[in-house]
Design a protein around this ligand. Sequence first.
Ligand SMILES: [Zn+2]
Ligand SMILES: [Zn+2]
Length: 104
Amino acid sequence: MKIRYCWRCRMDVPMLDKQEGEIASKLFAEGFQEIKNSQKVPFKQNFKKLLDYYNDLTGFEETNPNAIMHHFIEMYGPDCENCGKPYRTETATFCPKCGNKRKL
Ligand SMILES: [Zn+2]
Ligand SMILES: [Zn+2]
């Protein structure tokens, strides 16, 4: 787990590394499975395992399971050499935050 800036949330959030992301994806899939099996359980309750996992790991109080699914370190590029915000993708050529041109 690492705190990184999320372009979608526009704030620093705890992002999951590869191994943690795999566990989170699995719990997310299980949450969907539970929705299929029981229509009456509220959405959040189905993803309680995922939210608990993420919140225990990060100390964050995330309530939206969908937000966790884009908080994977691997989905973004490395940190900008100038401002430290992550590039939006692995292949991005400039930083949208400070305009720094990436040295590839
Ligand atoms: Zn986000
Ligand atoms: Zn930058």
